[in-house]
Ligand binder design. Structure first.
Ligand code: FAD
Ligand code: FES
Length: 265
């Protein structure tokens, strides 16, 4: 029988304002640190009572298993994330999880491209660490509208060759992350693409993956209510078969093979 989701009451270890409205929250959560997989998410209660009622999903950004520590990289968007950003060392936060299907990988020494647009880099750091431990050769592309949105590039450098780009020209390269991605794809032989970011970026990756035959895994974000597969609030359209098939982002995802889903703006 399926176990009910676990509600963890976690002490905040650190809350850092990394840039503009982006924050890095680290909590003590030994059981989550042990069981989490890259690409999975947790649901935070963002208040002390029931307002806001719905929990907010955040991807697992970094895990330090030996220290029982789990970190989240997030952007303050509205009432929930603003409340979370107000939690400081010693406060407790309640989270459920980890949930969802994460990134898949196997084998040693392969070549992969990681593509993170804006706060889409959040689930990729944990993944980069796991792939690097398997001796994967990684190129990590990080793009954003402005330099402030290029997040944690220095930390990603531990795991691969990092290239950054900002649309407004505030970095050495000016352009979109898809410009950078097209160049990389042409330059070398790749075995897997992993990506997270806005739908427009994921659509571009989906198209290039189809054209080149390089498999891609994409992490989707949908507004979530229950987060555990019960309410169908997070469905996206599946791309396989004749009949329309809906997939729950919280359950069948949030990571999908790029050919599995139809992306809509
Ligand atoms: C599986 C998953 C993983 C996620 N991981 C991260 C992460 O690691 N870091 C991070 O910064 N954000 C992440 N998000 C998005 C994050 O959940 C939302 O930004 C958050 O719920 C907003 O809550 P709020 O109360 O602050 O804003 P609200 O007041 O609820 O909304 C403010 C604005 O944010 C938009 N928004 C709300 N929810 C989402 C959503 N799910 N996706 C996109 N836009 C949304 C709304 O349309 C609105 O414009 C993730 C979402 C999902 C589904
Ligand atoms: S959020 Fe309820 S089914 Fe996904």
């Amino acid at each position: 029988m399926e176990q009910p989701p676990k509600d963890w009451d976690c002490p905040v270890l650190e809350q850092v304002n990394v840039s503009a409205d982006y924050y890095l929250l680290s909590v003590a959560a030994p059981q989550v640190a042990l069981s989490a997989l890259p690409g999975q998410f947790v649901l935070f209660r963002c208040g002390t009572r029931y307002d806001p009622f719905l929990r907010r999903p955040l991807s697992i950004h970094q895990v330090k298993r030996e220290r029982g520590e789990v970190s989240f990289l997030y952007q303050v968007r509205g009432v929930g994330t603003r409340w979370l950003a107000g939690r400081n060392k010693g406060d407790a936060v309640s989270m459920l999880g980890p949930f969802g299907r994460g990134f898949t990988f196997s084998g040693r020494g392969k070549r992969g491209i990681l593509v993170g647009a804006g706060v889409g880099v959040a689930p990729l750091l944990f993944l980069a660490g796991e792939l690097s431990a398997l001796d994967w050769k990684l190129v990590i592309l990080i793009g954003a509208r402005t330099r402030e949105g290029i997040l944690r590039a220095e930390v990603f450098k531990h795991y691969g060759n990092v290239k950054i780009i900002a649309e407004d020209g505030s970095t050495a390269r000016q352009g979109t992350i898809l410009d950078l991605f097209r160049e990389e794809v042409e330059e070398a032989h790749w075995e897997m693409i992993y990506a997270c970011g806005p739908v427009a970026v994921l659509k571009g990756i989906q198209k290039i993956s189809k054209e080149t035959g390089i498999p891609a895994q994409i992490a989707l974000e949908e507004r979530m209510a229950c987060g555990v597969g019960a309410c169908l609030g997070c469905v996206c359209e599946g791309a396989t078969g004749e009949t329309v098939r809906y997939l729950r982002v919280c359950r069948e995802g949030p990571v999908f093979d790029s050919h599995e889903v139809i992306l809509r703006d």
